[in-house]
Ligand binder design. Sequence first.
Ligand code: HEC
Length: 122
Amino acid sequence: MNPKKLFAILSSSLILTGCSNDDSSAGIDTPAPAGSVTYNKDVKSIIDNNCIVCHAAVHQNGAPISLVTYSQVKDAVLKRSLIIRISLENGNNVLMPKGGPRLPQQTIDIVKQWEKDGLFEK
Ligand code: HEC
């Protein structure tokens, strides 16, 4: 085979393998970069302490979703404005936790940083 043709085949297979390593799988099994906020280490306890009373596996008190698993919480950040809901001012009737009080700013910032860091599980 002529070397130019061989090179073309080799480089196109490199491109193909490059694509199969898709970034959208990040956060499922890939570990987070060192120092990142993660669900297991930082976020789960915040949700357990402040949200689970209503957002349990069987949701209570009119809450429409469960916030028990990593994928439920991640989905709520991506599709249900979880971060906006916890960032509203005291007295706003859609502030979460429902009925307030607003979480300490430091706690809200951890959840915001989790989103910035890529919503990793661990
Ligand atoms: C006292 C019960 C209660 C607590 C505690 C609570 N929620 Fe809720 N949550 C609700 C109810 C009821 C709704 C539906 C009404 C609404 O959207 O305001 C809701 C709605 C939501 C929604 C929107 C869901 C959708 O489908 O649009 C999100 C996101 C959410 N809560 C997140 C949280 C987070 C995060 C916490 C903890 C910081 C929390 N909630 C604590 C009762 C609660």
